[in-house]
Design a binder for this molecule. Structure first.
Ligand SMILES: Nc1ncnc2c1ncn2[C@@H]1O[C@H](COP(=O)(O)OP(=O)(O)OP(=O)(O)O)[C@@H](O)[C@H]1O
Length: 227
């Protein structure tokens, strides 16, 4: 469970101070599915970075299961990220010289898992996203939708508690968008993940049970009765 208390994030650009997050309070229960929306520059990606421990707030608490990520020493924060939090980005961020299976295995290396088990678990994860036939393919040999499925397998192979996705369908056409959303939704249900996704796509947002909107660093959350 996440509990964010009075989280601020300030950036300075020259003489200007940007309040990317301005007093954000947010609770996210285990197994929740939350969509984050809002205008460009509103603070969506900044919030996702705080949730993922990719960056630290200027002030406030980002508590995940009782631990304040804002105050963790770097080595422990890295450990939390590699064990508990999966990331999926708009630009799939696969390593171009590695096969699908090797890309997925990279998520298990920091956990000290032996090569044989890494290979098996990567193959299983790729199977579960429908890519069991493409273990040896390079990213350049796959479509955008397939590459994003590899990225999802890489995020989930370590069996994280939390999946964070920043515009995961932003680089995909409509048919692939639906395909990726189906995979993400199925994984959320099957794995009991806490799933938090930034999207500009209101068709996708409509399906989420809770929608957070961030404008000028301030958040409002509403339950989505229509989901
Ligand atoms: N590293 C940085 N240095 C300076 N300013 C930054 C930095 N990162 C973000 N900002 C600023 O903080 C504000 C919030 O940015 P953020 O990327 O979180 O917005 P966003 O809602 O994700 O926008 P978009 O939809 O365009 O991705 C913006 O004004 C942005 O310019």
């Amino acid at each position: 469970m996440y509990e964010l208390r009075n989280v601020t994030k300030r950036y300075t650009r020259g003489k200007e101070t940007i309040h990317a997050l301005d007093g954000v309070d947010l609770t996210i229960a285990d197994g929740d599915r939350l969509v984050i929306q809002g205008p460009t520059g509103g603070g969506k990606s900044t919030l996702l970075q705080m949730l993922g421990g990719l960056d630290r707030p200027s002030s406030g608490e980002v508590v995940l299961d009782g631990t304040d990520l804002a105050k963790l020493p770097e080595a422990r924060l890295t450990r939390v990220r590699s064990e508990s939090i999966g990331f999926v980005f708009q630009a799939f961020n696969l390593i171009p010289t590695l096969t699908a299976q090797e890309n997925v295995e990279t998520a298990l290396v920091p956990l000290g898992i032996k090569p044989k088990e890494r290979r098996e678990r990567a193959a299983e994860a790729l199977n579960s996203v429908g890519l069991g036939e493409r273990l040896a393919h390079l990213p350049s040999e796959m479509s955008g939708g397939q590459q994003q499925r590899v990225a999802i397998a890489r995020a989930l192979v370590k069996q994280p508690k939390v999946l964070l996705a920043d515009e995961p369908t932003g680089n995909l056409d409509e048919s692939m968008r639906d395909e990726i959303m189906d995979v993400l939704e199925r994984m959320w249900k099957e794995l009991g993940l806490t799933f938090i996704m930034v999207t500009h796509d209101s068709a996708i947002a409509k399906k989420a049970p809770r929608i957070a909107t961030i404008r000028k660093g301030r958040i409002s959350v509403k339950e989505n009765a229509g989901a």
